[in-house]
Write a protein that binds this ligand. Structure first.
Ligand SMILES: [Zn+2]
Ligand SMILES: [Zn+2]
Length: 479
């Protein structure tokens, strides 16, 4: 370490990095912009490893005769700093932030966001990394935010941005949607209650269709059941009641006596009695056919709640089913479900408490219940269990350009090689439209103005365009 310190001192005193940028570069220039970290925490091993790679490669090309400018950056926006400020100002949720004032909240974020910049400078310097931290770019800078508007308008003009009502993952505490990549950061094994529920057929009292779910709280939003018309089902007698499940599920447990075997299509169109009596929309509580239903897990009969699942919302659209959203984005049950109104569906400290209340309430309508351990997503910032929740969000239409993306990805030179077809390639194959809007405060605002009356939309791609349209001088693009 003593030698290292001496060398670092020599580099600093003689401005060796700066000189490496001034020397002749017969081969040309590279520019390196760091993918910026948050300065709301101190650097960890992951940052250090990445930092070394980001140092070695530019050094190599410098030694090959190129000039390689290296610019540091700071990621300033989003939940990491918002959560810290919420705690500092003792704000419990979004409503508290609005009460305090979004401008005050944002100013506090701005003043705290570079708290650990000094620590970073120390660590990055000590690593021996050459990078210009004095002229770092910040994602909260006016010109940086303007560049996002420029990108947004480019996408808009290419018709690659749209607003959609989709099944997303939301954090009920942060009350916002999250992107796919944010969701993948928070998977943890949790214990849930898996229940098999009895749905009584309308035209055959005493005969129950069995459906299985690991999220009892979504049962209030049930609007239909789905079967696969080509799968084998059985009607069987157990104790004094008659049940319907898949042949596979029956064979797994082998309880009772089979009365009849048949294909799923015989069930399609039948009606069943609701579990709760809170809703009276038309076309509720029917059995539908859906190709995604299989017999891998459960009974081959799927409880459909379009407000809480991707397959569900798609089927709901296809079959024109009613949409029952019995939960607000803050995770609390709405008034209409009166026995459970106000309860959080997945409280952070006791995530099953509401599920248990619902299972108790259903009483004899529960055929079977068991503990079920599976991987479940949590908020990458506040660790609350996420909810699968249908809501409005703005998307980049990635699927529209997927072929082009796959084509271009072939030209990427990966080190190590296996990443190309492996982790990166697999991720690309499963790529989805990118959710870019967050229902939060401290971040880049989307430059869309929408007319209340005729829904006409105007997009601004620069400060100049906005100044011209508004007549105002623009000094900041935050909320
Ligand atoms: Zn959260
Ligand atoms: Zn208008």
């Amino acid at each position: 370490p003593e030698i290292e310190k001496r060398i670092l001192e020599f580099w600093n005193k003689n401005k060796i990095f700066e000189k490496s940028l001034k020397k002749k570069s017969p081969k040309g220039d590279f520019v390196f912009y760091d993918g910026p970290p948050f300065a709301t925490g101190t650097p960890h091993y992951g940052h250090i490893v990445a930092s070394l790679i980001k140092d070695i490669v530019p050094r190599y090309w410098t030694m090959q005769g190129y000039r390689v400018e290296r610019k540091w950056g700071w990621d300033c926006h989003g939940l990491p700093i918002e959560n810290i400020v919420e705690e500092e100002l003792k704000l419990k949720d979004k409503k508290d932030i609005e009460k305090t004032g979004v401008d005050k909240f944002n100013e506090t974020c701005r003043s705290k966001v570079l708290t650990y910049a000094k620590e970073w400078q120390k660590v990055v310097g000590r690593l021996g990394r050459w990078v210009d931290m004095d002229n770092a770019y910040k994602t909260m800078d006016l010109d940086y935010m303007e560049s996002i508007w420029w990108v947004f308008k480019q996408l808009w003009d290419k018709k690659l941005i749209y607003k959609g009502h989709k099944s997303m993952h939301v954090c009920p505490r942060c009350e916002t949607t999250l992107s796919q990549s944010e969701v993948t950061q928070g998977y943890k094994d949790v214990k849930d209650i898996a229940v098999t529920i009895k749905f009584e057929l309308e035209d055959e009292p005493g005969t129950f269709v069995l459906a299985w779910t690991t999220t009892p709280w979504t049962l209030i939003g049930n609007v239909a059941l789905a079967v696969n018309k080509d799968i084998d089902y059985v009607k069987f007698k157990y104790k004094d009641e008659i049940y319907i499940t898949s042949k596979k599920d029956f064979d797994d447990y082998d309880k009772g006596k089979i009365l009849k075997k048949f294909k799923g299509k015989e069930l399609v169109g039948k009606k069943y009695k609701p579990l709760f009596n809170y809703y009276s929309e038309e076309n509720l509580y029917t059995i539908q056919s859906a190709d995604f239903v299989d017999v891998e897990e459960g009974t081959g009969i799927v409880h459909i709640a379009p407000a809480f699942g991707e397959d569900d919302i798609n089927l709901g659209r296809e079959k024109n089913l009613p949409f029952i959203q019995h939960v607000n984005m803050d995770g609390r049950i709405k008034k209409q479900a009166k026995d459970f109104a106000g309860l959080e569906v997945r409280p952070k400290d006791d995530s099953l408490s509401t599920d248990k209340k619902i299972v108790n309430y259903l009483g004899k309508k529960v055929f079977f219940k068991e503990e079920y351990t599976h991987s479940y997503p949590h908020c990458w910032r506040c660790d609350s269990p996420l909810l699968n929740y249908a809501t409005d969000s703005w998307f980049v239409n990635v699927l529209k350009i997927k072929d082009e993306i796959l084509e271009n990805a072939k030209d990427i030179n990966w080190v190590p090689k296996h990443v190309k077809e492996g982790r990166f390639g697999k991720w690309l194959e499963g790529i989805k439209d990118w959710s870019i809007s967050r229902q939060r405060f401290w971040g880049s605002v989307m430059p869309i103005w929408i007319c209340d009356k005729c829904d006409e939309k105007e997009i601004f791609g620069s400060i100049k365009e906005l100044e011209k349209a508004s007549g105002a001088k623009i000094k900041d693009l935050h909320k």
